[in-house]
Design a protein. Structure first.
Length: 224
């Protein structure tokens, strides 16, 4: 059963994976969601760009290792040429280089192929709403990378603005610990919808781009 939609219109999604044995079943399964419509399937980055140009498209579910043009380059091109289209990475690779390259290219979400259909659908909805979703394994690796990175020449970090509320600081601290929205809601005894509101306000006030950026800001501010 699908989660509630953000509106009457179904989200238009492209599934990109070079393996037909992955791409086709995934497109079929996602199409079972009431609020998701798979409008195209692509085997490489060039096919993704062509399908987006033919549009309209809301979200691309992007594999990373593809021939002709890989997912990272396709994500970078989409971010530059079609910033209204969100990218959620779905890959078997969760190494530091792949994660950081994809997020730096503009991906709003990063999941491994261990994710279930409901997790993937939630990530698509979140990306379409301008939010970020990272697989727990990805969050853990990102945290480890930030915490162990040599501090010889640290980049300047923007301080948190003074109008951040105590509750928003708590939410940022929990994001910095790698907790997803549901766990944050349980920890603070508030609804998941309220957590999303705090995150949206926090990101706007502190000029935080995505969840990965929020993790870095939380650590830099001594909250995680």
């Amino acid at each position: 059963m699908s989660e509630p939609t953000q509106g009457a219109r179904r989200l238009r999604v492209i599934v990109a994976d070079d393996q037909a044995a992955v791409r086709e079943p995934l497109a079929a399964v996602l199409g079972l969601s009431d609020d998701i419509e798979v409008v195209a399937a692509a085997a490489d980055g060039t096919e993704v760009l062509a399908a987006v140009a033919a549009g309209p498209v809301d979200v691309v579910l992007m594999d990373l290792r593809m021939p002709v043009m890989d997912g990272t380059e396709a994500t970078r091109r989409l971010t530059e040429e079609h910033p209204e289209v969100a990218v959620v990475v779905l890959t078997t690779f969760a190494d530091d280089d792949s994660i950081l390259a994809a997020l730096s290219a503009g991906a709003r979400g990063y999941l491994t192929k261990n994710a279930g259909r409901q997790d993937i659908a939630r990530a698509i909805r979140a990306a379409a709403a301008g939010q970020s979703v990272l697989d727990r394994e990805v969050q853990d690796r990102l945290l480890a990378t930030v915490r162990t990175k040599p501090a010889a020449a640290p980049a300047p970090v923007q301080a948190l603005p003074g109008d951040i509320t105590p509750r928003e600081r708590e939410v940022l601290a929990l994001i910095g610990q790698g907790l997803p929205n549901r766990a944050i809601a349980q920890q603070l005894f508030i609804s998941e919808a309220t957590v999303k509101t705090h995150i949206n306000n926090l990101f706007a006030k502190a000029d935080i781009r995505d969840r990965a950026d929020a993790v870095r800001r939380a650590i830099a501010a001594g909250l995680a």
